[in-house]
Design a protein around this ligand. Structure first.
Ligand SMILES: [Zn+2]
Ligand SMILES: [Zn+2]
Length: 901
C-alpha cells in the first residue's frame, strides 16, 4: 500500500493532477490493497479527500469517511488514517490542528450515534477522544449518515454538516482508538511521527485488563441485548451449561461450534443446523453445527429417571422434565487464537486420556501396538480393564467411567457413602428414596444414568459400587477423596462451561425485493401497489423516466437497445433537464444545456405505449402472457436503462424474481465444511467421480457412499430448496439465451438434481466481489456448506452471516452496473469483480487461524489448565501451510460427525 501510494504521489500513473486528486487516488488505492480488493470501502467508504486550511493559514489533509467504511473493518479504517498521514507528509502538508469545538463536536456525535439504532462496537471514553483528536495529524471527518442533528456544536466553520457523521465516528472509534494496539505495530513501516499518544492509550487499557486477568470470570455481555422469543440456552459459566470440548469437526471451526444433535432436539427446536447463537466466549457469536461424537445432554425424564441422550431420534422435548447438563460444544483451538482468548481448562476427555496412556506406555517402554485400538479411540476399555490400566500405568480413570465429581460437595460425598438405604447386587445398586430427596439430587448432579420405579433408584455402575464400598473420605476436595477411595487418579470432568443464547434463526430463501419484481422496467404508479405491468399496459400510454436512445438509421427515439422499427442498435443521447426546454444533444457528453444553461441528462420523462411493448415482447418470445409480470415504480440508476420486458415475462413464467442488479439470488446461512460424505450430500458416486472426486480423504478409492471425502475449496453443498430454485433460474436463462439473444441454450437440465456440477457466484452483502463456486450436493438444512476458504474469500466467517449464491451464467448475462442505484452504497452487494480461483493467501486472514490437525497435543490439554495463551502452544493452523500445496488438501479434523444435516 505504501509503495503504490508513493508511486501515485510521484505521478507514475498519471500526470498533471492536483495534490488533492493525487492524495485521493493514493488513499483509495492504498485502502483497496489493505482490504484485498474485496469490500466496497475504497470506493464508497471514503467519500472525499480534501486539502483544507488550518486557522493559522497552513494546509492540511482531510479524509471524508462514509457509512460503508464499516465493511472494511476497524483495522483497515485505522490504517487508512495512517496512510492518509503518510500521504500528507509526502505531499509536504502541515498537520491538522483540531479546535476545542471540533473535538467536543465528536464527543457530542458519539453520544447521539449511540442513542440511534446502531451501536459502536467500541465506545471510546471522552478522554480517549480528546487525546486522539488532539494528536491525529489529519482531519477525520465525513458526510452525514444519520438524520439526527447535533444541538451543541453546530455550524462549525470546517464541518460541513450539522448531522451525525457516522463514517467518521467509525473510523475514529472502531478504527484508530479501538485498534490502537494493532496500528502501533505498523507505525514503524510508515515511518510516521506524532503517534506516540497511542502508547498512552495502550497503557490505560492494559491497566484495566491486568485487574481482570486474575481469573477468567463469567461474562454476561452476550445477554445484554436480549430479544423476546430468542431464549437464553445457558447462563454464563453456569452449572449444567455447555462443556467446552476442544476440537474441530469437518463442519465446525472458523467460528462455528459443534452441538450434539440431541442438544438441538431438546431445546424445543430453538437450535437447528445453522442457527446463530450469541456466545459468552471465546468469540461473540457462532452458528450451531451437528456433531455427534461429543458428549450429549444428560436429562431427567418425566418419570424421574435420568440418562445420557446418546440416542435421541425418538426423544421429544415434552418427554424431558429437566436438562441437568446440556452436553458438549465443540470449539476449535483456532477460534481461541483468532479471538486472542486465553485457553480455559479442558474437561478430562477421552482424547486427553489416550495421550496420557500413550505417554505412559512410551515411558515404560511398553509396546503400543497391543493397545492400538484403544489409543486410536476405536475401542473403549471395559471398566475393569480401564481401572487396571490406570493402576498399572498410573494414569487417571478413563473419562467414560468418570462422574461429574466437581458438581457435588465433600459433604455430599460423605452423605452418599454413609447413606443407609442402598443395596448392591453384582453391579446393580438400589437406592431407597424414603430418606428424602437429597440422595437423588446427588445422583443427578453426578450425571449417573439411573432408572426410577416405585420409590427406588436403580443404577448399574461398577465405579459407584467401588465408591460405596469405601467407608470414609480422605482429602480436601471431592476429587482427592474419590482418587483415594478408588486408588487411582480421578480428574475433573467438567471444569469449564460456556453460556449462549439464541441470536438469529437460520435462513435459506430466494432473494425478493419488496414488493417483489420480475423485471427492472419502470411503470410509475400505473401498475398499482403490485407494480403490475399487465395492469399498466391497459392504459393508452404511461409516463416513465428512462434512458434516451435514438436509432442511427431511422432516427426513431426509444428506450430500447434495439430499434423497434428497423432492429438497428440504438445510441444514447443527452437531453435538457429543464421542463420547458426541448434541447436534445448528440451523443457528445457535455454538462450544460447550450440553450438554457440547465444540466443535461441521458434520461428524460417520456410517454410510452406499454401495450405495444408488451405485445412485441410476447411476439419475440412466442409466449403466452403469464398471470402476472411485475415491474418497478421507477429506476434509481444513473442512466435509467430498463431491462427488456422479455426478461420479466420469462422470469414470471419460471416463477422467479429479480434483484436490483439484474440477478436472481438465493440467500442462506454460511456454514463451514472441509470434508463430506456422498450420502449426506445426496450425490451419487458416479456423479462425484465425474466431478473429480476419485479418492476418499485417506487416499482409498471412492467406492462407497459412506466414505469421507475432502471437499475441494471451491465446492459447495446447498439447501435442497435452493436446488429447486436454481433449476428454475436455469430454465429462465436457457429461455433468455434462445429467445432474447438468439443463442443456444446453456444449461439444458432435465431434473433438479442436474444442478449439481454447475458453477455459481457467492457474494456477501456489503462487498462487491463475488467468488466462483461449484455445487456438489445438497442437504435438508438451511445452510450453504462451503470450504472455510470460500467463505473467507467472500470476507465472511461462520458466526451467523448469510450470503447469496447465483448461477454464474446469470451473473455474467444479466448483471449490469447500469442497473445499480446511483446513491451511496448502491455498489455494495453487487458482483463488480469475480474471484475465479481462491488463493488462501489472498482471502480474509481469519481463516489462517483455523486448525487443521487430526488431534491436539498433550501439551495443549495440560496448558489449558494453566490458562495459557493459545499461541504459546504449537498446533498446526492454515497459516503454517500458506504458500505450499498442502494448504489445499490434506487438512484434518479432530472429531467426526456421522451426518452434517
Ligand atoms: Zn431504426
Ligand atoms: Zn435547456
Amino acid at each position: 500500500a505504501i509503495i503504490i501510494a508513493d508511486e501515485i504521489i510521484a505521478e507514475k500513473y498519471s500526470k498533471k493532477n492536483s495534490k488533492e486528486k493525487l492524495a485521493e487516488q493514493a488513499v483509495r488505492t492504498g485502502l483497496a490493497i489493505l482490504t484485498e480488493g474485496i469490500v466496497s470501502a475504497p470506493l464508497e467508504g471514503i467519500s472525499d479527500v480534501k486539502i483544507k486550511t488550518n486557522f493559522d493559514g497552513t494546509d492540511y489533509l482531510a479524509l471524508y469517511f462514509a457509512g460503508p467504511i464499516r465493511s472494511a473493518g476497524g483495522t483497515a479504517a485505522a490504517l487508512s488514517v495512517l496512510l492518509g498521514d503518510y500521504i500528507r507528509k509526502r505531499l509536504g502538508l502541515s498537520k491538522y490542528k483540531a479546535t476545542e469545538e471540533e473535538i467536543q463536536r465528536f464527543i457530542e456525535e458519539i453520544e447521539l450515534y449511540e442513542r440511534g439504532k446502531t451501536n459502536l462496537q467500541y465506545r471510546p471514553s471522552n478522554k480517549e477522544v480528546i487525546v486522539a483528536l488532539s494528536n491525529i495529524p489529519i482531519e477525520i471527518t465525513g458526510e452525514s449518515t444519520e438524520e439526527i442533528e447535533v444541538s451543541g456544536y453546530r455550524n462549525l466553520e470546517r464541518i460541513e454538516t450539522n448531522k451525525v457523521r457516522g463514517g467518521a465516528l467509525l473510523a475514529l472509534a472502531e478504527g484508530v482508538i479501538q485498534k490502537s494496539k494493532k496500528i502501533e505495530k505498523v507505525l514503524k513501516v510508515f515511518e510516521l511521527e506524532g503517534w506516540d499518544f497511542l502508547k498512552d492509550m495502550k497503557k490505560e487499557e492494559k491497566k484495566q485488563s491486568d485487574d481482570n486477568n486474575e481469573k477468567i470470570k463469567a461474562n454476561w455481555k452476550y445477554l445484554s441485548d436480549l430479544l423476546a422469543g430468542r431464549p437464553v440456552i445457558a447462563h454464563p459459566s453456569s452449572k449444567g451449561g455447555f462443556r467446552i470440548r476442544y476440537g474441530r469437526s469437518r463442519n465446525t471451526g472458523f467460528a462455528a461450534w459443534g452441538y450434539h444433535p440431541a442438544a438441538m432436539t431438546i431445546v424445543n427446536g430453538f437450535i437447528a443446523v445453522g442457527t446463530q447463537l450469541k456466545t459468552e466466549r471465546p468469540g461473540k457469536a457462532t452458528v450451531s453445527m451437528p456433531v455427534d461424537s461429543i458428549l450429549p445432554p444428560f436429562v431427567k425424564f418425566k418419570d424421574q429417571s435420568c440418562d445420557w441422550l446418546y440416542s435421541y431420534e425418538n426423544i421429544k422435548p415434552e418427554d424431558v422434565e429437566e436438562v441437568i447438563f446440556l452436553g458438549d460444544v465443540l470449539i476449535a483451538y483456532g477460534d481461541f487464537v483468532e479471538n486472542n482468548h486465553l485457553l480455559l481448562p479442558s474437561g478430562y476427555v477421552e482424547e486427553w486420556w489416550e495421550l496420557d496412556f500413550e505417554k505412559a506406555l512410551n515411558e515404560k517402554g511398553d509396546n503400543l501396538t497391543n493397545f492400538k485400538d484403544i489409543l486410536e479411540g476405536n475401542r473403549i476399555p471395559e471398566v475393569e480393564e480401564a481401572i487396571e490400566i490406570s493402576k498399572k500405568y498410573d494414569i487417571p480413570l478413563h473419562p467414560k467411567y468418570n462422574l461429574f465429581w466437581s458438581y457435588i460437595s465433600t459433604e455430599d460425598l460423605d452423605y452418599l457413602i454413609n447413606y443407609n438405604g442402598f443395596t448392591i447386587n453384582d453391579n446393580t445398586i438400589l437406592f431407597n428414596l424414603e430418606g428424602g430427596s437429597r440422595i437423588k439430587g446427588i445422583i443427578e448432579n453426578l450425571c449417573i444414568p439411573h432408572h426410577v420405579s416405585s420409590g427406588t433408584v436403580k443404577i448399574d455402575s461398577y465405579i459407584l459400587k467401588l465408591i460405596l464400598s469405601g467407608k470414609q473420605t480422605l482429602g480436601d476436595t471431592v476429587l482427592e477423596s474419590v482418587s483415594n477411595l478408588l486408588g487411582i487418579p480421578v480428574r475433573d470432568a467438567i471444569p469449564t462451561t460456556v453460556g449462549c443464547r439464541m441470536g438469529r434463526p437460520e435462513k435459506a430463501k430466494e432473494r425478493k425485493m419488496s414488493p417483489p419484481v420480475h423485471v427492472l422496467f419502470p411503470i410509475g404508479m400505473s401498475g398499482g401497489s403490485t407494480r403490475s405491468i399487465i395492469k399498466a399496459s391497459q392504459k393508452n400510454y404511461i409516463e416513465i423516466e428512462s434512458v434516451n436512445k435514438r436509432c442511427p438509421k431511422c432516427n426513431t427515439k426509444t428506450h430500447l437497445t434495439k430499434c423497434p422499427e428497423c432492429e438497428s442498435m440504438t445510441k444514447m443521447y443527452m437531453s435538457c433537464s429543464h421542463q420547458t426546454c426541448s434541447y436534445e444533444g448528440s451523443n457528445v457528453i457535455s454538462e450544460k444545456c447550450p440553450e438554457c444553461g440547465s444540466s443535461l441528462r441521458v434520461y428524460s420523462k417520456k410517454k410510452i405505449n406499454l401495450k405495444d411493448d408488451l405485445s412485441l415482447a410476447l411476439l419475440n418470445l412466442g409466449y403466452e402472457l403469464p398471470k402476472e409480470v411485475k415491474g418497478v415504480q421507477g429506476m434509481s440508476s444513473e442512466y435509467k436503462i430498463p431491462e427488456p420486458i422479455e426478461k420479466g415475462i420469462l422470469r414470471a413464467s419460471n416463477d422467479i424474481f429479480v434483484f436490483k442488479d439484474g440477478t436472481c439470488r438465493y440467500d442462506a446461512t454460511d456454514a463451514p465444511l472441509t470434508h463430506f460424505i456422498p450420502k449426506e450430500a445426496n450425490v451419487s458416486i458416479e456423479k462425484l467421480k465425474a466431478l473429480g472426486y476419485l479418492k476418499d480423504y485417506q487416499g482409498n478409492e471412492l467406492t462407497d457412499e459412506n466414505q469421507i471425502l475432502e471437499l475441494n475449496v471451491q465446492d459447495i453443498i446447498i439447501p435442497k430448496d435452493a436446488i429447486t430454485y436454481l433449476y428454475r433460474v436455469s430454465k429462465f436463462i436457457d429461455g433468455e439465451l434462445e429467445k432474447v439473444y438468439g443463442l443456444k441454450s446453456y444449461y439444458n437440465l432435465e431434473k433438479e438434481e442436474d444442478i449439481i456440477g454447475q458453477l455459481v457466484v457467492g457474494l456477501a452483502p456489503h462487498t462487491s466481489a463475488g467468488t466462483i463456486g461449484r455445487i456438489v450436493g445438497f442437504t435438508d438444512t438451511k445452510v450453504v456448506y462451503a470450504h472455510p476458504y470460500f467463505h473467507a474469500a467472500k470476507r465472511r466467517n461462520c458466526d451467523g452471516d448469510e450470503d447469496a449464491i447465483m448461477l454464474l451464467m446469470d451473473a455474467l448475462l444479466n448483471f449490469s452496473k447500469y442497473y445499480l442505484p446511483q446513491k451511496r452504497g448502491g455498489q455494495m452487494d453487487a458482483p463488480l469483480v469475480l474471484t475465479t480461483r481462491i488463493d488462501p493467501r489472498e482471502v480474509d486472514k481469519e481463516v489462517h487461524n483455523m486448525d487443521i490437525c487430526s488431534k491436539y497435543s498433550l501439551e495443549f490439554y495440560e496448558s489449558s489448565l494453566k490458562y495459557l495463551h493459545p499461541k504459546e502452544i504449537k498446533i498446526e493452523r492454515v497459516e503454517n501451510r500458506l504458500g505450499t500445496d498442502g494448504v489445499y488438501s490434506g487438512l484434518k479434523f479432530t472429531h467426526n460427525t456421522s451426518d452434517v444435516s
